[in-house]
Design a binder for this molecule. Structure first.
Ligand code: DHB
Ligand code: FE
Length: 279
């Protein structure tokens, strides 16, 4: 049977991708950011996951403002790298796992979570920056990816509670897939940041560190946190963190924290990263 062996969260700041692609990872500004992901790169070499269920958000790349699914699942064999206005990042295309994706779609939709099924889509920095952080430079990605895209760009995004419950449904789906697969679930985006308006540049390290802590010690507080609190405390783009709750919901009631990293700033955002093991 397939099993979820770890949950990983990481920010997806696009400038991290630009620094990575331009070999600026040792620059004084960027070195501390990339160093924070040395641990997980070794972890992934040891763990050798077969598939990542990668929860992320599209930034008007695959879906423009004419159509924004609340939750979507990528069921293709391969996902192209999006051109976000400056050309594609120089990365290999992202391999999908069409059989597992179709199984998750069937299981989760019959479990009453109405995912949009997407059979062709390009993936943007929301998905590719975490892949670069976790696996470094590659000719070919060492895993397959089932992308789960979540709307956090146009109000109303889903609630934390709904995200958590979707994570539980994804876990049920994975655990009923007959193939013996080592599956990880990743929640990406965040942490606090605001890219627009009078509060542009906002970062709230106290809020972010409490969020990291409570993923382990009080996840029910996070599950019930309202959109207004994300907005007030973590800026207008901090709502990306609801995606971490899909990951956390999929891990069950108790987790062990294996690794944590927090750094400010990278571009306009706080970078957070945590590695959790279901117990
Ligand atoms: C930045 C962060 C994001 O999450 C994003 O999607 C775009 C820009 C930033 O910090 O610049
Ligand atoms: Fe973003």
């Amino acid at each position: 049977m397939a099993r979820i062996t770890a949950g990983i969260a990481a920010s997806h700041v696009p400038a991290i991708g630009v620094a990575f692609d331009n070999k600026r990872t040792s620059d004084p500004y960027w070195a501390p950011v990339f160093k924070g992901f040395d641990w997980v790169k070794e972890f992934e070499k040891d763990e050798k996951p077969d598939v990542i269920v990668l929860v992320y958000n599209d930034h008007a790349s695959a879906f423009d403002l004419s159509m924004i699914p609340t939750f979507a699942i990528g069921c293709a064999d391969e996902f192209a790298i999006a051109d976000e206005g400056f050309g594609q990042r120089p990365l290999p295309p992202v391999p999908g796992h069409a059989d597992l994706a179709a199984h998750i779609a069937q299981s989760v939709i019959l479990d009453e979570f109405d995912l949009t099924v997407v059979n062709e889509m390009a993936v943007d920095h929301g998905l590719t920056v975490p892949l670069s952080l976790m696996f470094g430079e590659v000719d070919k990605w060492p895993v397959k990816v089932v992308p789960i895209a979540v709307n956090v760009v146009q109000f109303p995004p889903p609630t934390g509670n709904r995200c958590w419950s979707l994570g539980e449904a994804i876990a049920r789906a994975v655990e009923s897939f007959p193939e013996d697969l080592n599956v990880q679930i990743w929640g990406t985006g965040g942490m606090s940041h605001q890219l627009q308006g009078p509060r542009a540049g906002l970062i709230n390290a106290q809020f972010d560190n409490a969020f990291l802590r409570d993923l382990v010690s009080d996840p029910q507080r996070l599950r019930l946190m309202k959109h207004i609190e994300y907005l007030r405390e973590s800026g207008s783009e901090g709502i990306e963190m609801v995606m971490w709750l899909i990951m956390r919901g999929a891990l069950g009631s108790n987790v062990e924290e294996l690794h944590r990293f927090y750094h400010v700033p990278a571009s306009n955002a706080a970078v957070g990263h945590i590695v959790l093991r279901p117990t």
